[in-house]
Design a protein. Sequence first.
Length: 257
Amino acid sequence: MNDFFRLDNLVMQFGGLTAVKDFSIVIEPGELVGLIGPNGAGKTTVFNMITGFLTPTAGRVLWNGKDITGAPPHVVTAQGIARTFQNIRLFADMSVLENVMVSFHHTLQSRFWKAMLGFPSHRKEEARIEKEARGFLEELHLGHLADEKAGALPYGQQRRLEIARALATRPKLLLLDEPAAGMNPQETMELAQLVRDIRSRYRLTIFLIEHDMKFVMGLCERIKVLDYGITIAEGTPAEIQRHPDVIKAYLGEPKHA
Ligand SMILES: Nc1ncnc2c1ncn2[C@@H]1O[C@H](COP(=O)(O)OP(=O)(O)OP(=O)(O)O)[C@@H](O)[C@H]1O
């Protein structure tokens, strides 16, 4: 049995709407898996159930052999699962560097008290965090923008900054919600390479949602397809591209004259 990451029959109901029905998946360490489906299919709801933003109506989230179903977001992050959001969530008025520095959650509390008490170790720790934060920015090709206001960056760079912030929490599993949204084809191509690079550099497992088919098909090793909350297909990019139910979900039924 997989001990790393497993979703067992997740269900999410909002009143009378079943947004996700019996969603199950096993992801092995180091895999790069895609989750696709038409608008409203339930993709972000799956991410929200994994990361504690929603408590599933039924089913389980298993991580490193532990049941973390319904654990609050900060606990899930502390366990090594990080995410980015479909709607970018940055501190727009803070600098790019500060945005990454505040992501060092696990040290925040001790930093606060040391700062309050004037411990000399505080300054050392600050310097260490800044150095590491700059490292993540370099990795995401944002090093030269460290002192810019995050809100002033073009969309594509804000998306990369979100990834840098997620990396700063030291995840083992990284969930990316539409990382290429709003990017032009050149930026999207560069992002695909970046995702490959960070996977190998930080030994990550990656689960991503994306509408850009070229991006998903070129990057993911395995893809899962949702439609109206139901899993309609799972397989390699080649298998997904020729799957009749997937074609139907995206293009609709062929029209008969
Ligand atoms: N908090 C909520 N309360 C009520 N309904 C919700 C909530 N979150 C999502 N839904 C509904 O659940 C369904 C699935 O939404 P979800 O955002 O997961 O889809 P998605 O596949 O991520 O869509 P998109 O590709 O457009 O982002 C939709 O019908 C949506 O309106």
